[in-house]
Design a protein around this ligand. Structure first.
Ligand SMILES: [Zn+2]
Length: 460
């Protein structure tokens, strides 16, 4: 009897160990299977650390961006398209972490936790692992050319559907002829970073779109008020300046002429907490998830700011930083009656690898009325300040920014906005690092690329 009890007890221990082992494996599998399969030493999927048996990657028009031919990766046939899409597609060594080759490696290699490497399973071979991005390769190439080698980024997306049509980050290189980037650290500074997703710059005057929205919602009779600008004002010992004396300006004129003194006064009246609240509504201090890829968050921390600090914060200087894509989606929400549609990068993928719960996502950012009035003011900016003749037929609504970066360096050049066209609902951002004047430098890149975008959308 004693022996039997001991044996039963032993068996119980063994059973428990087995169950525990299966549990540990299952949990581990659920958590890690993806990275095990995607590990660069997996000879089924990789050779010398490069993804060798991936599905094809297409742009929105069916142009091949990446394919594997006889075990060798081939990018698009056009060098300009290859260079323009480096950050979207990725290089062959996985250096660009937000690229499709890295972020969607499981989809491209045809792997999921239920079916394993289904590209190698004959029963599942009808599920190919090709992917189509929302990007337009030709449009990206046009943006790359318009940047003329300057560092920065261009982004264009459809503010109703979220489809990201153009995404270019500079500097870049041709992935089929990788240069020695380490030998030229200045030329290739931050070359593996997609500046649209992962950079944060001082926003400068484009931030006035945030301050203006707060002013419209919180300050009485804001549209009939007049601010006086003598070109310079001392606020609690801090000097706020304008490039010239703007004289008497309304809110609308202050936005069109980008009057710092009017916006300093508005910021002080609003207070740090209200400004903080509107910055967060606009998407600051939060990252956006674009089909599984996270953007870097821009930072605004003005809740406790006072005097000169608060004044400069409302003008977009102080310690504010902005991610270009965040500002693009903010102006997209102004265009879309105050509702922000999260950008998307994947147009089509096979059934097995559909990304769950990550499709059309909407969020109200501004009231419909505030968005509409702000839009009218942005349209006025173009007519009064940036020149309608530079943006013929675009029905452009925009705001420029010339963001001081300190020292002897030229300011960063920003231009953000959207087309107020039902047939072409596009919002955009252009940043040129140390480019100088926002409306002249970034504005001229935006003008060129948007004209091509309109043609491309009309052809579709
Ligand atoms: Zn002024």
């Amino acid at each position: 009897m004693k022996l039997l009890t001991r044996r039963a007890f032993g068996l119980l221990i063994l059973t428990l160990l087995l169950v525990a082992g299966v549990l540990i494996f299952t949990v581990n599998y659920a958590i890690n299977a993806d990275s095990w399969a995607q590990h660069a030493t997996n000879k089924h999927l990789y050779t010398d650390g490069q993804l060798k048996t991936a599905g094809k990657l297409y742009d929105r028009n069916g142009e091949i961006l990446l394919q594997t031919v006889d075990g060798i990766q081939k990018y698009n046939v056009d060098k300009t398209v290859r260079s323009a899409l480096l950050h979207a597609v990725g290089d062959s060594y996985g250096n660009i972490v937000t690229s499709a080759q890295v972020a969607y490696s499981d989809k491209l290699s045809g792997w999921d936790p239920l079916n394993g490497a289904y590209r190698f399973n004959n029963n599942l071979s009808s599920f190919n692992s090709d992917m189509t991005l929302t990007l337009d390769g030709e449009l990206c190439a046009a943006a790359y050319q318009a940047m003329k080698g300057r560092k920065g980024t261009v982004g264009i997306y459809n503010y109703k559907t979220g489809a990201l049509l153009c995404m270019v980050s500079m500097p870049t290189f041709d992935p089929e002829n990788r240069p020695d980037v380490e030998a030229k650290p200045d030329q290739y500074e931050g070359v593996y970073m997609n500046r649209l997703f992962s950079a944060a710059y001082t926003p400068g005057s484009v931030f006035k779109l945030v301050t203006a929205a707060a002013a419209m919602d919180h300050l009485e009779n804001i549209h009939t008020r007049v601010y006086q600008c003598e070109g310079e004002r001392i606020i609690n010992g801090a000097k706020v300046t304008c490039p010239k004396s703007h004289g008497n300006v309304t809110l609308e004129q202050a936005l069109a002429e980008s009057c710092n003194i009017a916006f300093a006064e508005i910021s002080l009246e609003l207070g740090g907490k209200t400004l903080q609240n509107y910055a967060e509504k606009a998407g600051f201090n939060a990252s956006i998830k674009i089909d599984g890829i996270r953007t870097l968050e821009g930072k605004v921390n003005v809740s406790e700011a006072e005097g000169g600090d608060l004044a400069w914060a409302g003008i977009g200087q102080y310690s504010n930083t902005a991610n270009p894509l965040t500002l693009m989606t903010y102006v997209g929400s102004i265009a879309n009656d105050g509702i922000r549609v999260t950008p998307r990068l994947i147009r089509e993928t096979n059934l097995l690898s559909l990304l769950p719960g990550d499709r059309l996502r909407k969020k109200r950012v501004l009231s419909e009325e505030t968005a509409e009035t702000l839009g009218i003011m942005m349209r006025n900016n173009v007519k009064e300040s940036y020149g309608e003749h530079n943006f013929k037929g675009l029905e452009l609504c925009a705001k420029s920014g010339t963001a001081e970066v300190g020292g002897d360096e030229k300011p960063h050049s920003w231009f953000v906005g959207y087309l107020n066209r039902e047939d072409c609902p596009l919002a955009f951002v252009v940043v040129i690092e140390n480019g100088g004047s926002g409306s002249k430098v970034a504005g001229s890149v935006a003008g060129k690329v948007l004209q091509i975008a309109v043609q491309r959308v009309a052809e579709e």
